[in-house]
Design a binder for this molecule. Structure first.
Ligand code: CA
Ligand code: CA
Ligand code: CA
Length: 418
């Protein structure tokens, strides 16, 4: 073997380690304006920047999850209604326990329904753990963003500060009620730029009541005010005819879900879609109602009328409740900026034959790479520099960032060896 092909073979041999299957990509939007005011409802203030799913988690994304961790479905991530409930059917299951396989029924870009807070938490764990494949265990679904221990019938689970599987903060989680609420209703341009809230999760200037209309909202008087929810004005005119997708007040015996984002003109200020309607969304909020603790769900569903979409309404959910109108979206980190600190090498370090350690680091703590413009003058290996001969060289420090940090701006130093 010659030395030129050796590194290539090494790379190929190592490839499966890096080419880890991560089929689920969740499109997210940044929610900035940290430290915004609270709404009169008491919700919506968030002191930090974060990101939230542009769309509800889809049937297609949930199928990837099921096929990764539910060959044996220990914790009931699949619900038989995902095949049998005509209004929301989207996932079929074949095979037997130990070798279950899941496939889409109809359009996989519709939201997944019939999931509980625990299903959402397990999906968030799986995403935070890098989408591993295997049995439902602490390294796949049972730990990560949430450490889930039986019994699975109460709300006493809070988001971990550190994911034990990665040693870093969880990358994905169920949005807190404030995170969900701010993304849905807040608009920093309202009230002459002082910021304020919309009444529905649509940035309508006058907070008009939305129209119930088929996907796209084209038949409604205003597609920027349309959504998938139930409203009936008793006039058969293509909108407000009952259930939005079927256009009928009769409970649907066919699909009632819209493809996520299909009301493309009816977004929130931050650019999320369907926070009102389609599926009601589970949050991490905990509600004490008459001494019993529930999870808060918001935004209403295809099944609900417009009152459930209002900022003033929240639904109290048992954490193990699964229903045809219930789904979720996830939140993730907004990557922070980082800087490189790079101390100029001292003249005493720059004699020919000298070796020294480069004084370079990043504010994120991530390792910094330094390259030399002329390795015949000064070579760099790791952070060790070796001065070889007189000349001029430019040392460039870079840090590419990771899931938590943006790339740093490169820092260069001109060095002259005498
Ligand atoms: Ca379930
Ligand atoms: Ca009508
Ligand atoms: Ca929704």
């Amino acid at each position: 073997m010659n030395t030129k092909t050796f590194p290539l073979l090494l790379l190929l041999a190592g490839l499966p380690l890096f080419a880890k299957a991560a089929p689920v990509v969740i499109d997210t939007v940044p929610v900035r304006d940290a430290g915004n005011t609270t709404d009169t409802s008491g919700y919506g203030k968030v002191l930090y920047e974060y990101r939230i799913g542009r769309f509800e988690i889809t049937i297609g994304q949930y199928i990837e999850f099921l096929n990764a961790v539910a060959a044996t479905d220990t914790h009931g991530l699949y619900h038989l209604g995902m095949e049998s409930e005509a209004a929301v059917a989207g996932v079929s299951r074949s095979g037997t326990a130990g070798s279950y396989v899941y496939a889409a029924i109809g359009n996989p870009d519709r939201p997944i329904a019939l999931v509980s807070w625990f299903d959402a938490a397990r999906f968030a764990n799986w995403m935070s753990n890098g989408q591993p494949v295997g049995l439902q265990s602490p390294t796949t679904t049972e730990d990560g963003a949430y450490t889930l221990l039986p019994p699975f019938n109460h709300v006493g689970f809070v988001k971990n500060a550190i994911n034990p599987n990665t040693g870093r903060p969880p990358l994905w989680w169920i949005p807190s009620e404030d995170e969900w609420y701010k993304a849905a209703y807040y608009n920093p341009t309202r009230n002459g730029g002082a910021g304020g809230y919309h009444f529905y999760p649509i940035q309508s200037p006058l907070d008009n009541v939305p129209y119930s209309a088929g996907a796209g909202g084209a038949t409604s008087p205003d597609a920027s005010l349309a959504g998938n929810f139930r409203r009936d004005d008793g006039i058969a005119n293509g909108y407000n005819d009952g259930y939005a997708i079927t256009g009928s007040p009769v409970y649907p015996t066919s699909n009632a879900l819209a493809k996520v984002g299909s009301y493309g003109l009816a977004s929130t200020y931050y650019g999320t879609f369907d926070q009102g309607g389609n599926v009601l969304e589970i949050t991490d909020g905990i509600v004490n109602s008459g001494g019993t603790l529930y999870r808060a769900a918001r935004g209403g569903s295809w099944f609900d009328d417009e009152s459930i979409m209002r900022s003033t309404f929240r639904l109290n959910l048992n954490p193990d409740t699964e229903a045809v109108g219930i789904g979720f979206r996830l939140a993730t980190v907004e990557r922070t900026t980082q800087r490189i600190r790079f101390a100029t090498p001292r003249r005493s370090q720059l004699g020919v034959g000298s070796r020294f350690t480069l004084g370079v680091s990043s504010t994120s703590g991530l390792p910094v790479t330094v390259t030399s413009s002329d390795r015949r003058v000064l070579s760099v290996r790791g952070l060790s520099a070796k001065v070889k001969r007189a000349g001029r060289v430019i040392l460039t420090a870079s840090q590419a960032g990771d899931e938590f940090s943006l790339p740093a701006t490169n820092v260069s130093k001109r060095v002259r060896i005498r």
